[in-house]
Design a binder for this molecule. Sequence first.
Ligand code: HEM
Length: 170
Amino acid sequence: MSRLSPTGRKALLTLHLVTSLGWLGADLGLLALGVAGLRGADPEVVYPAAGLLVTYLFAPLSVLVWLVGLASALLTPWGLLRWRWVLVKFVIVTAMLGLVLLLLTPTVRRLGELGPDLTARDRLDLVVPPAVSTTLLVVTTVLSTYKPWGRQRGVRRAELESSQTAGRPG
Ligand code: HEM
C-alpha cells in the first residue's frame, strides 16, 4: 500500500529520475576524462578534474541515489522485495555504492595527486571502473523501463491477480 499522495509520489519519482540519471551522466563525465587521459591529454588537468568530479558530484550522488531509490521502493506499492527488477536494481546500486566509496573515490583522488608520474596502468583506473559502472547503470535503466521477471516467489495469488488487472502497482 502506497504511503504517498499521487502528487508526493510524482515528486519522489521526479527526484529519483533526476538523481539516478544525473549519476549516470556524472559517470559518463568520468569515463570521458579517463579516455582523454589515456589518449594523452594533460594529466595535470584531467586527473585533478576527475578528483573534483568524483568528490563533489559522483560520490555524494551515489549516496543520494541509494537513499532516494530505497524510498521509491518502500514508499510506493512496488515495495523493495516484491518485484525482482526492483530487488536486482537495489543489489546493483548497493554494490556500486560500496565500490564508489571504498575503492573508486580514493583511487581517483590518488590519481589527481600523482599528476605527470602516472603510468598507463594508473590511467586505466579512470577508464575501466567508469566503463563498468556506466554499463551497470544502463542495465539498471533498462530494468526500470522494461520491468522484467515478474514477482518474487511467495506473493499471494489474489495480490498477483489484482496487480495484473491494474497493469502495475500504483
Ligand atoms: C537503490 C536503488 C534503486 C531502487 C530501489 C529503485 C526503485 C525504483 C522504483 C520502486 C521505481 C518505481 C517508482 C514509481 O513508480 O513511483 C523506480 C523507477 C525508476 N527507476 Fe529506479 N531504483 C533504484 C535506482 C535506479 C537507478 C540507479 C536508475 C537509473 C540509472 C533508476 C532508474 C529508474 C527509472 C528510469 C524509473 C522510471 C520507470 C517508469 O516509471 O517506468 N533507478 N525505481
